[in-house]
Write a protein that binds this ligand. Structure first.
Ligand code: NAD
Length: 426
């Protein structure tokens, strides 16, 4: 009876991304011997805004949507974080994602604090016009938080450079002049950065390369499985393929495809972004997302949504290395099981930081109105990712912990230090 209750409690916790984020923070606080009152400060988001707003639909009707924007700890700089359009967006998830952004920015040592936003909607069921109306109204509703010095949004699930362009335009219309630095992930034509579109996937590829070396194999020739074929999944597939890896399976929300001899990635990239693109691919077997996660491979890259590997399926994972391109794809219980099974996990707050690193470069370029060549952006990104991976590896080794805890120790320590040095106002 007690065991059933505990198991149920665990399952409930596994469903709450914020509960997981708190558990991870508490574990890092233990290693850092963090003061309890400071831990209490770090556990809480600083600001949470919930908005319910009307949008004119194409058929003349008006629909009310719900959106969120959360700032976590402000100690290290302006708030930075993506905007997610997805039917399952919740305040709980947005809080967790904002907290993870704080640690992520600290791990790669860029001067931001964490934020996240989202709207509960299915962007695939909205026309382009409805999507624009929704974006312009949502950004107006949360404008009390957003600005180039206070909070700089970016793309996430369900949003893209066009959505970022509408955000930049809406904010600029209200100001009366153009403010490119208010948002990152914009098209290059309006102040976006070269290299931003592929930045998260490029960072994932760099750390996959380092993790493979640590496990004693090369990325060149490695068998790679990727869940998700959106911005991050498709860029990762492209860059891993270019690095000589064999991408043997890939999926989107509808399901996946598998060919042990490797998929024709250039061909798949050709139709990327089109609904049903993956399913239309002929030279592979159709598989479910569940089956995809359990395929034998060298590197597994979850690049879709959170909580896909849990205590229920972690035992069946047969990868040597997992690179968390998505935010929070593993629950803490799954993490423990995988560690016991000798799987090397590169944690999200390190693995997918490439996106925010180049977002930071974009912001710097916008503020200076001086733009860099793509080679320069990529070279600087790769340097930051390699340096951060090595730092995390060393801290993990020194403390005899896994890479996730190594990354948390660095991130939480930097934020705790900044919070302490600034002091508590008044
Ligand atoms: P996206 O919307 O471009 O793509 C998401 C992909 O996941 C799509 O292929 C979609 O079909 C698939 N998907 C959605 N629900 C799924 C499900 N239940 N099972 C399997 N597949 C599913 O989003 P994205 O920008 O590529 O983001 C993917 C992940 O990477 C998210 O966790 C996001 O938070 C994280 N991330 C993104 C960035 C970025 O720069 N875009 C940066 C850091 C982290």
């Amino acid at each position: 009876m007690v065991q059933t209750m505990l198991a149920e409690e665990r399952r409930t916790e596994e469903r709450s991304a914020y509960a997981i984020a708190i558990r991870q923070l508490e574990a890092a606080a233990y290693y850092l011997n963090l003061d309890r009152s400071l831990l209490e400060v770090l556990k809480h988001p600083r600001r949470e805004l919930i908005v319910h707003f009307p949008v004119k639909m194409d058929d003349g009707s008006i629909r009310v949507f719900t959106g969120y924007r959360v700032h976590h700890n402000p100690a290290r700089g302006p708030a930075k974080g993506g905007i997610r359009y997805h039917p399952e967006v919740t305040l709980d998830e947005t809080r967790a994602l904002a907290m993870w952004m704080t640690w992520k920015c600290a791990v790669v040592n860029i001067p931001y604090s964490g934020a996240k936003g989202g709207v509960v909607c299915d962007p695939k069921r909205l026309s382009i016009h409805e999507l624009e109306n929704l974006t312009r109204r949502y950004i107006t509703e949360i404008s009390i938080m957003v600005g180039p010095e206070s909070d700089i949004p970016a793309p996430d699930i369900g949003t893209n450079p066009q959505v970022m362009a509408w955000i930049m335009d809406t904010y600029s219309m209200h100001k009366g002049y153009t403010v490119p630095a208010v948002v990152t992930g914009k098209p290059v034509a309006i102040g976006g950065s070269e290299g931003r579109l592929e930045a998260t996937g490029r960072g994932v590829t760099v750390v996959a390369h380092e993790a493979a070396k640590l496990r004693g194999f090369q990325l060149d020739g490695a068998r790679v499985v990727i869940q998700g074929f959106g911005n991050v999944g498709s860029a990762t597939a492209k860059l891993m393929h270019q690095a000589g890896a064999k991408v043997i399976a890939i999926s989107d929300a509808r399901g996946g495809i598998y060919n042990p001899n490797g998929l024709d990635i250039p061909n798949l990239l050709h139709c990327a972004g089109r609904d049903g693109c993956i399913q239309a691919y002929r030279d592979a077997d159709q598989i479910t997302n569940k089956e995809l996660l359990e395929l034998p491979c060298d590197i597994l890259v979850p690049a879709a949504v959170h909580g896909v590997i849990t205590s229920e399926n972690a035992h069946n994972v047969r990868a040597k290395v997992i690179v968390e391109a998505a935010n929070g794809p593993l629950t803490p219980d799954a993490d423990r099981i995988l560690q016991d099974n000798g799987v090397l996990v590169v944690p999200d707050i390190l693995a997918n930081a490439g996106g925010v690193v180049v977002s930071y470069f974009e912001w710097v370029q916008d503020l200076q109105a001086f733009f860099w060549e793509e080679e320069e952006v990529n070279a600087r990104l790769e340097k930051v990712m390699r340096r951060s991976f090595e730092h995390v590896r060393q801290v993990a080794e020194k403390n005899k912990v896994d890479l996730r805890m190594g990354a948390y120790i660095i991130g939480v320590q930097r934020v705790a230090e900044a919070t302490t040095i600034r002091g508590i106002y008044p």
